[in-house]
Design a protein around this ligand. Structure first.
Ligand SMILES: [Mg+2]
Length: 125
């Protein structure tokens, strides 16, 4: 299972990557905004799960989600938000987000959210 971790903060990218690695996932790519993430998704069919921040320059996580869902409805897409964006979660779920994680989160919470998202999409974790 290849993951794409999308966040404009290198610290958050590092935290998420470390959590994934602790769970045994080693195939991880990163992108620093929605625009870069979208082009990576188009170029790399191996990407099987997306974890994306909401607030990012160039293209935010919501616009990335909408653009991604226009081309792929099967891959789990987990939105990583801050407390203040929580109200927008409904909007994200309606646009096709599989699950969401609110910052700050522990590795356990993140991995549980991924597990739930995999179950929803019928994917073996
Ligand atoms: Mg951000």
């Amino acid at each position: 299972m290849k993951f794409l971790v999308v966040d404009d903060s290198s610290t958050i990218r590092r935290i998420i990557t470390a959590a994934l690695k602790s769970a045994g996932y080693t195939d991880i790519d990163t992108a620093c905004d929605g625009k870069e993430a979208l082009s990576k998704c188009k170029a790399d069919p191996a990407i099987g799960c997306i974890l994306s921040d909401w607030n990012m320059p160039e293209m935010n996580g919501f616009d990335f989600l909408v653009a991604f869902r226009a081309m792929n409805k099967k891959i789990p897409f987990i939105m990583v938000t801050t407390e203040s964006e929580k109200a927008s979660i409904v909007k994200a779920v309606q646009a096709g987000a599989t699950n969401y994680v609110v910052k700050p989160f522990t590795p356990d919470i993140l991995l549980d959210k991924i597990k739930v998202a995999f179950n929803k999409m019928g994917i073996e974790a």
